[in-house]
Design a protein around this ligand. Structure first.
Ligand SMILES: Nc1ncnc2c1ncn2[C@@H]1O[C@H](COP(=O)(O)OP(=O)(O)OP(=O)(O)O)[C@@H](O)[C@H]1O
Length: 247
């Protein structure tokens, strides 16, 4: 098993966002994560990546207890992530952004950092704009750069937090293809996305969170047809997406 959350919990003041969450991820899986707004999806990513400390419970990577590791240590251990709002250094080039990630995210220096940055830029199809300032890139290029920055840390597990937001259908397909290619390259993927049909086309497992708990977990088609999942989304925009994805 690559990742295991064991009875993890998180509260903010009086609000319990994650009461007691357990999740196992096998090496090589491609898992989509869905759930209503406020379900605790990003918080769960925080617990995995170390940007949020759990109040109780444990996190294991490759059987090793990493609960006490901070975000930098978890990145070095092989957990990479993207953020809902891309946060590149706008005044640096795309390549420099990848190099910073390789250097400070994973503690690589010199040739090793350069090689990781080159691989990430090429792997994400950014060669033509590698020397452009990040602040001048198009939205799709910024999304690609967000992936490149994560890949430059050479993750084994990649957490994608709504990386496709704001893209047109055509751009979404291009990004989806890139993520599938990254997965085929051996990276385990956990991907939060409200665009359920995109997730279903790529993921081999779908996890549904509601009120900080896993309410359904399994192959995407079965999960989409699950009555509790449908009830959770009743009346929301996603209900239509479920119909679309289930057929
Ligand atoms: N740092 C924080 N301080 C206080 N409350 C927070 C904090 N981070 C998240 N929350 C709250 O915790 C709950 C879960 O938030 P979270 O972002 O994990 O949900 P989500 O499932 O990712 O939602 P969305 O789909 O809207 O991004 C929300 O009610 C949110 O307001």
């Amino acid at each position: 098993m690559l990742l295991e959350l064991r009875d993890t919990s998180k509260r903010y003041g009086d609000m319990v966002v994650i009461p007691k969450l357990s999740l196992s991820v096998e090496d090589g899986e491609f898992i989509g994560v869905i759930g209503p707004n406020g379900a605790g999806k990003s918080t769960m990513f925080g617990l995995i990546s170390g940007s949020t400390a759990c109040d109780s419970g444990s996190v294991f990577l490759d059987g090793k207890d990493i609960t006490s590791f901070d975000a930098a240590e978890r990145c070095k251990a092989g957990i990479g992530r993207t953020f809902q709002i891309p946060q590149p250094f706008e005044g640096m080039t795309a390549f420099e952004n990848a190099l910073v990630a390789a250097t400070f995210g994973n503690g690589r220096h010199g040739h090793a950092a350069q090689a990781a940055a080159v691989d990430a830029i090429e792997g994400c199809g950014l060669e033509a704009v590698a020397d452009k300032l990040a602040g001048t890139l198009t939205l799709l290029q910024r999304k690609r750069l967000e992936l490149a920055r994560a890949l430059a840390t050479r993750p084994r597990l990649l957490l994608l937090d709504e990386v496709a937001g704001g893209l047109t259908d055509d751009e979404m397909q291009q990004l989806l293809q890139l993520i599938v290619t990254i997965h085929q390259g051996g990276v385990t993927i956990l991907w939060i996305e409200h665009l359920v049909h995109a997730l279903v086309s790529a993921a081999d497992r779908l996890v549904v969170l509601a009120s900080g708990a896993v309410i359904c977990d399994g192959d995407p088609k079965t999960v989409m047809a699950d009555q509790m999942v449908r009830d959770t989304y009743l009346g929301s925009d996603i209900e239509e997406e479920l119909d679309h994805a289930a057929h």
